[in-house]
Ligand binder design. Structure first.
Ligand code: FEO
Length: 398
């Protein structure tokens, strides 16, 4: 399949309807994804921007040959070396071995590290241009958005930004454009993508957006490397990124727990009731981490003012679903969020202290330094103390 975006730009990527996990098993992709590759024809020269993930390399080359004689591709642009975009390069460059590959200096290292091939690399930096005849591609380095090698390029005359991963979504759709798809689905996937992939780089996102807006370039379309193309009000996603990059939070609190015999679950629900008693407008959501998708929970934490986390004590530690989730949370470096811990225990009771330490290590400011420890299965009096603890949390979040 190929898809004409305008007279000179054709989408030649792959829609992956089956994808349910990305980055190995790390990131859930409930609605599939796409690997967007673009063929850009100027009056004299033709460039191919990015390719697709390795498993689709053969299909990609076959489809590309239906669109163009491969020998007519003058330049290959590798905006990013991660294999979901570079995976078809080895097969493509076996067919057209001397074609120059334009990427950043870090891109040369990453692509060499992945494929160990002596390709005809042409390293570029911000402001470098490639003349296609009647229009040019301008390169913009985007270091650490989200890899050291990441790069955007901008097509003059057509005013199209190709920002690779930035502004993308793991969202398969044959409709191709932002204005044609379900807006709720699109928003959910765009914010999940930001929360789970870009959060640690928020300061760089903010400065890159400022840099791009200061160039005062017209932007008619934004063509990311995953998901749909932003053509209707394309800057809406840039504005959303500016908002999300600025210690984003809504009037929202997420309570996450795991439980063995329901004591910690009942405590979580009592805490929620206590929050609601004093703060009935805040959106309270509860998740059993062992029964929920980690990346969906991360999106809820991203939207939250606070994360309240609970685990019973087991073998002097915490349950592994909570440990795994908090490892991800730590890496994401959320800004300006509060936290609190709770958990039931029978004898040693280390879980709450451990959770407090993990919350602080992840940059969360504790609402209560002690946390809430409940001995054995909570009775009505213990649940009352959990409700009071919830009210203290709810008051701190007003
Ligand atoms: Fe879509 Fe960083 O790869």
């Amino acid at each position: 399949m190929s898809f004409k975006i305008n007279d000179c730009v054709t989408w030649v990527g792959k829609i992956d309807w089956e994808l349910r996990k990305f980055h190995g098993e790390e990131l859930s992709t409930h609605r599939g994804s796409s690997y967007n590759s673009f063929l850009v024809r100027g009056n004299n020269k033709t460039a191919l921007i990015d390719t697709v993930w390795n498993p689709f390399a053969g299909e990609f080359i076959e489809n590309l040959k239906k669109e163009i004689d491969l020998e007519e591709i003058d330049y290959i642009i590798a905006n990013h070396a991660e294999s979901d975009h570079s995976g078809a390069l080895p097969e493509l460059l076996r067919e057209i071995p001397d074609t120059p590959v334009y990427c950043t200096r870090a891109g040369v290292k990453s692509l060499s590290g992945h494929y160990h091939e002596d390709w005809n690399f042409k390293p570029v930096k911000t402001g470098d241009k490639l003349e296609l005849g009647g229009k040019e591609l301008i390169f913009i380095e985007a270091k650490l958005l989200h890899w050291p090698d990441s790069m955007f390029c901008y097509l003059t005359e057509d005013a199209i930004l190709f920002p690779n991963d930035a502004f993308g979504q793991h969202y398969a759709s044959e409709l191709m454009y932002n204005d044609l798809v379900d807006q709720g689905e699109l928003y959910d996937e765009a914010i999940k993508y930001y929360a789970n992939i870009l959060t640690p780089f928020s300061k760089l996102v903010a400065s890159k957006i400022k840099e791009i807006l200061e160039l005062n370039l017209p932007v008619k379309m934004i063509c990311p490397s995953h998901g749909v193309i932003w053509r209707q009000d394309p800057l809406q996603i840039v504005n959303k990124y500016a908002e999300w990059a600025d210690a984003y939070q809504e009037d929202h609190v997420t309570i996450i727990y795991d439980t063995m015999w329901d004591g910690t679950r009942r405590t979580a629900e009592a805490i929620a009731a206590g929050i609601k008693d004093v703060n009935d407008s805040i959106n309270i959501k509860l998740y059993n981490a062992a029964r929920s998708d980690n990346n969906d929970i991360i999106t809820e934490i991203f939207k939250s003012k606070a994360m309240i986390v609970g685990s019973p004590t087991i073998n002097k530690g915490i349950l592994h679903s909570i440990a795994a989730l908090l490892e991800v949370v730590k890496g994401l470096s959320f800004q300006e969020k509060k936290g609190a811990a709770f958990g039931c225990y029978g004898w040693s009771g280390e879980s709450v202290k451990l959770l407090n330490g993990m919350l602080e290590e992840a940059g969360f400011k504790l609402i209560n330094e002690e946390g809430l420890r409940l001995l054995w299965n909570p009775d009505q009096e213990a649940l009352k103390s959990a409700k009071d603890y919830g009210s203290e949390i709810g008051t701190a979040l007003v």
